[in-house]
Design a protein around this ligand. Structure first.
Ligand code: SF4
Ligand code: SF4
Length: 176
């Protein structure tokens, strides 16, 4: 597996393995969230030989130079990626469910939500399966959100300004 061309020089996973905790990498057994290959103070104990599913993953901290050391996932306690629409996905360590609300993170996420409005991009925050959407104007807690739901938006107008309001919709055929 090749390293992506945009990997920021000098950024390394090191002792971080937050993605190993907050995501399910498919071909590994996990113990209470952490992969069995994670060792405190070391990180991934099989890093050089880690499976392709792990090797293929790079969080935004590794790819975006402007994100300083405070944004490293084992420091901030959440992992950021892009979803297919280039909205920002924030997957929070459930041991620290309010970490994303701390300074300087929440203020930055709100600011990004404002900047992304014109591109119809948003900030999606997951704490486990609890889903919150940050738009330019507001924060929406949509509660439990899993693969049986899809995210939709309706548009309301405040004067000339279009406001995107997210809501969840049960997919057809999904059990109620
Ligand atoms: S969350 Fe990012 S920095 Fe941490 S181990 Fe995963 S890819 Fe590396
Ligand atoms: S094998 Fe290593 S990189 Fe992969 S999930 Fe486990 S600790 Fe993380």
């Amino acid at each position: 597996m090749n390293t992506p061309a945009n990997l920021v020089s000098g950024k390394e996973c090191g002792t971080c393995a937050m993605c190993c905790k907050v995501y399910d990498f498919v071909d590994l057994r996990k113990k209470k969230g952490w992969c069995e290959n994670f060792k405190t103070g070391i990180g991934c104990s099989i890093y050089a030989e880690r499976p392709d599913s792990c090797r293929a993953f790079y969080c935004n901290w590794m790819l975006i130079e402007a994100l300083g050391p405070e944004w490293k996932p084992n420091i901030c306690k959440f992992v950021m990626t892009y979803d297919p629409s280039r909205s920002i996905l924030v997957q929070v360590d459930t041991s620290y469910p309010t970490a994303w609300r701390a300074k300087p993170y929440y203020e930055a996420l709100r600011e990004w939500a404002v900047r992304l409005k014109s591109e119809k991009r948003f900030i999606f925050v997951f704490v486990g399966k609890n889903f919150t959407v940050l738009t330019a104007e507001a924060e929406y807690d949509l509660g439990l959100f899993d693969s049986s739901y899809e995210l939709k938006f309706k548009t309301e107008f405040k004067g000339p300004v279009a406001i995107d309001i997210p809501y969840k919709h049960k997919k057809e055929g999904s059990p109620v």
